[in-house]
Every structure is written in structure tokens, then in C-alpha cells.
Design a protein around this ligand. Structure first.
Ligand code: FES
Length: 102
């Protein structure tokens, strides 16, 4: 595991999100009121891109079928999603967004 810089904090306003491709994996980074979070960009229901959905509080709502996940834990919170989405630790270092990934 190591921390990898992926972008600048100015790229994501509070309440917004952005998809990054890191080592070939699509990951969505969220800037919530209380901090920074990251999940896999791929919905566990039918592989739609979560970064094209909507952030509602601490949930990411998938645009394809209305399923949702808790951004902080990755757990599925609305049907038809039942399996959790992978989450990744995020930290801010000198205005750089860093992800901890394998
Ligand atoms: S692909 Fe995300 S809810 Fe169906």
C-alpha cells in the first residue's frame, strides 16, 4: 500500500465529485462537507459509472437504476444495489489529493 497523488484540491468543490483513473482503475473522489472520500467508480449492480450519478448527503446515487451507496463505508443503502462498493483512504498533502492504493 502506498499514497499516490492524483490531483489538486481545486479540482473538486465541496459537495462535488470527480472520477480519476489510477493504475487502470476508475475511482471517484468525493469532497463532502466533513472531508474527502473515495470509492470505486463502478456500481456493483450493473457496472454503471457512479461519478455520473448524484451525491445526496453521504450517499452516491447511481443514475442507472437509482441504487445507492454510503460514500464513507461503501455499503449498499438502496436497492437494487446489495453488494458494497470498494472504498479507498484519501488524504490531502500540500493541496494535493492522495489515495492509498495497492
Ligand atoms: S447499475 Fe447502478 S443501480 Fe443499477
Amino acid at each position: 500500500m502506498s499514497w499516490k497523488p492524483i490531483g489538486h484540491v481545486s479540482e473538486i468543490a465541496t459537495g462535488d465529485m470527480k472520477r480519476f483513473t489510477v493504475d487502470g482503475e476508475d475511482i471517484t473522489v468525493y469532497h463532502l462537507e466533513d472531508g474527502w472520500y473515495a470509492t470505486s467508480d463502478t456500481c456493483t449492480h450493473q457496472d454503471c459509472s457512479l461519478s455520473e450519478g448524484d451525491v445526496e448527503g453521504h450517499e452516491i446515487v447511481c443514475w442507472c437504476h437509482g441504487g445507492a451507496f454510503d460514500i464513507k463505508t461503501g455499503s449498499a443503502t438502496r436497492m437494487p444495489c446489495t453488494r458494497p462498493v470498494e472504498t479507498f483512504p484519501v488524504r490531502i498533502q500540500d493541496d494535493e489529493i492522495e489515495l492509498e492504493i495497492e
